[in-house]
Design a protein around this ligand. Structure first.
Ligand SMILES: O=P(O)(O)OC[C@H]1O[C@H](OP(=O)(O)OP(=O)(O)O)[C@H](O)[C@@H]1O
Length: 181
């Protein structure tokens, strides 16, 4: 029988499949890609919690629809940190990252023009989920090396121990599912 976790959020309910990611750990898979209704309901709630900032940033891929909707509502552009260096980038800044859902090490990089835009600015980081915090930490490293100041780290969900963090903004907790030996 397939197991699911029912997430209630901003008046919506979603049945998230529970996926085993290691012998001891399963996660409720939360994928906002394609879920326009959920993105459009959550984006205004995140906006209400954001302090003043100059630039929005996220990492590809699942943060993209959320940052798009936030930027559309605020009439403000945004920056995406990519997971590979593209030929059209000029002087990219790069850091490495391991997230909860991705087995192997990834990189995060910023085009040089985006790094230059960040310099001296107040930056709000947006993501769909914060779990181990590795992805946000990699974004923080990129922003600091580009000369920006991080004023917010915001996500729709805080998973597992991330919900205990006092330095992040989020709308709802998402449990982790551990198997006792
Ligand atoms: O706090 P962490 O443990 O780093 O986990 C959270 C990150 O993991 C997921 O991205 P994922 O690496 O699955 O990449 P994707 O968005 O490209 O699918 C999610 O979108 C967050 O960015």
């Amino acid at each position: 029988m397939d197991k699911t976790y029912t997430l209630s959020l901003c008046g919506l309910k979603r049945k998230l499949p529970i996926i085993k990611i290691s012998p001891e750990l399963s996660i409720a898979s939360f994928v906002i890609l394609g879920d326009t209704e959920l993105v459009c309901k959550t984006a205004p709630e995140i906006i209400k919690k954001l302090p003043d900032f100059d630039i929005l940033i996220t990492a590809e891929a699942k943060g993209i629809p959320l940052i798009f909707e936030i930027s559309r509502l605020l009439n403000q552009n945004y920056i995406i940190a990519r997971k590979s260096v593209k030929s059209y980038m000029n002087n990219p800044l790069t850091v490495t990252v391991n997230s909860i859902t991705t087995q192997k090490e990834q990189i995060l990089c910023l085009d040089g023009k985006d790094a230059a835009a960040i310099k001296g600015k107040r930056i709000a980081i947006i993501d769909d989920v914060i779990s181990t915090g590795e992805s946000i930490a990699a974004l923080e490293k990129l922003i600091v090396s580009a000369g920006g100041t991080i004023v917010a780290k915001a996500a729709i969900l805080a998973e597992g121990n991330a919900a205990k963090r006092t330095d992040i903004i989020y709308l709802k907790e998402l449990p982790l599912f551990t198997t006792r030996k």
